[in-house]
Ligand binder design. Structure first.
Ligand SMILES: N[C@@H](CCC(=O)N[C@@H](CS)C(=O)NCC(=O)O)C(=O)O
Length: 201
């Protein structure tokens, strides 16, 4: 299997879950500006031009982080990285993964764009803080996003929320989010994934 990534970007969660699942994979560094990898044109792998991409041993390609995370987790059901298909809990997982993908991932990554000027920055930030408050409140009574155990939702949220530091988005008032970040950051899979991407903890 191959995981296409760019250092610090949103393939980190997939790498964490591949490590949690103890599956064999190779990392393929992708230049998101030029859309090139060491093997050539990345758009031949994913015409959408973005990571994460998981290339299976069959040659099939999976895209979209939330789908990739669930596919990996479903390979190792005994590890409880996602609730089983057909259960009510799986729909709660989908609810949170969708929230992370559409509200947090896109709500935070927009600030990497130089096109976001001060006038819109304030209103985007206001909206983002409403979403962060939802997560923080949820985590006041839940150790992890889906309850008691670490799952794909925590890996994805951790991946995205790390960016707030780079972007100087202040999350210091969200004590429960900070607690989750700290808890997740100490996992062996997370430490190894961060090191493999050449990032600082
Ligand atoms: N809808 C995709 C979005 C993934 C995404 O935003 N990837 C970013 C890195 S975090 C990227 O590759 N951006 C390059 C581009 O859009 O050209 C998903 O949920 O996986």
């Amino acid at each position: 299997m191959k995981l296409y990534y760019s250092p610090g970007a949103c393939a980190l969660a997939s790498q964490i879950i591949l490590r949690e699942a103890n599956l064999k994979f190779d990392l393929v560094k992708t230049d998101l500006k030029t859309k090139q990898t060491a093997n050539g044109d990345f758009k031949k792998v994913n015409p959408k031009g973005y990571i994460p991409v998981l290339e299976l041993d069959t040659g099939e390609v999976l895209t979209e982080g939330a789908a990739i995370l669930q596919w990996i987790a479903d390979q190792v059901p005994e590890k409880n990285l996602v609730p089983r298909w057909g259960t009510k809990e799986r729909y709660k997982a989908l609810e949170w993964l969708n929230f992370i993908a559409t509200e947090l991932h896109k709500g935070i990554s927009i600030f990497f764009s130089p096109e976001v000027k001060d006038e819109v920055r304030e209103s985007l930030l206001k909206k983002l803080h409403l979403r962060l408050e939802v997560l923080d409140q949820h985590l006041r009574s839940n150790t992890f996003i889906l309850g008691n155990g670490f799952t794909v939702a925590d890996a994805y949220a951790f991946n995205i929320l790390r960016w707030t530091q780079l972007l100087k988005i202040d999350i210091s008032s969200y004590a429960s989010i900070l607690r989750l970040m700290e808890t997740v950051s100490t996992r062996d899979s997370v430490r190894a994934a961060i090191a493999a991407e050449g990032l600082k903890g």
